[in-house]
Design a protein around this ligand. Structure first.
Ligand SMILES: [Zn+2]
Length: 57
């Protein structure tokens, strides 16, 4: 899987559940690619912040 596909799937995973195959592709890519790992981390931090904001409102 290419970085572009992986980052796309990561963003999509915020809105929908990924298929098992997609998830596997993403996870196995994250193991070898520090950049996408970084991107994934940022996305998760962002998501948690959003959740927190949503709760406070
Ligand atoms: Zn990558």
């Amino acid at each position: 899987m290419k970085c572009l596909q992986v980052t796309k799937l990561i963003s999509q995973s915020q809105e929908r559940k990924l298929k098992l195959a997609e998830k596997c592709g993403v996870v196995s890519h994250l193991v070898i690619c520090p950049q996408c790992r970084n991107f994934n981390q940022n996305c998760q931090t962002m998501r948690q912040m959003m959740k927190k904001f949503a709760k406070e409102e």
